[in-house]
Design a protein around this ligand. Structure first.
Ligand code: COA
Length: 153
């Protein structure tokens, strides 16, 4: 494996859309009984929001083949201090390539980018049941700051 992380270009948009839509159901909580069609539409909205804000898009590539991506907002005002924070909007790795450190490499590259911009911290949201994503973030030093509670009515 010869992994490299590079900034995304316009040619990567189709890959990001495709991998995003193939993986986004993994990242939503089953308790909300999500309808896949709504989740896909919501992923399109997420891409539009990212595109409309200051952001960085990173591609993980192995032997010229894209195998993962990460989208990071880098001017999202933190609701506590009002300062700009880095925020991971979404990241994904091809299913058959998971567990090999590609997610960790994307995350480390995003953190480097945020540090270069002088941002004080990186934030993100992850569902409780997303064990592999939580393992990745916890291993990288992320702590749970608050909890989003939900009750079916
Ligand atoms: C989250 C994701 C990007 C991680 O990518 P990856 O390349 O597998 O990441 P890494 O290999 O760097 O690390 C994955 C960690 O999860 C662990 N892991 C994998 N499957 C796991 C499971 N079912 N339960 C617990 N841990 C698991 C790996 O062992 C590794 O932990 P370690 O570093 O302590 O060994 C990938 O699983 C993915 O694309 N998921 C779908 C989209 C998603 O949920 N995105 C996150 C949105 S918040």
């Amino acid at each position: 494996m010869k992994l490299s992380i590079r900034p995304a270009t316009i040619d990567d948009v189709a890959f990001i859309e495709s991998l995003g839509k193939r993986t986004v159901m993994d990242s939503v909580a089953a308790m909300r009984r999500p309808n896949p069609v709504d989740v896909m539409d919501n992923f399109d909205r997420l891409l539009q929001i990212v595109e409309s804000r200051k952001h960085a898009a990173l591609i993980a590539e192995d032997g010229g083949e894209p195998v993962g991506f990460l989208l990071m907002l880098h001017s999202l005002p933190d609701e506590v201090t009002g300062l700009d924070q880095a925020f991971i909007a979404y990241m994904a790795v091809e299913r058959e390539r998971r567990g090999g450190g590609i997610g960790a490499a994307l995350l480390a590259a995003a953190e480097d980018e945020a540090r270069k911009r002088g941002l004080p911290y990186m934030a993100l949201m992850v569902t409780e049941e997303n064990a592999s994503a939580r393992a990745l973030y916890e291993r990288a030093g992320y702590l749970t700051e608050r909890r989003l509670l939900c009750k079916m009515l």
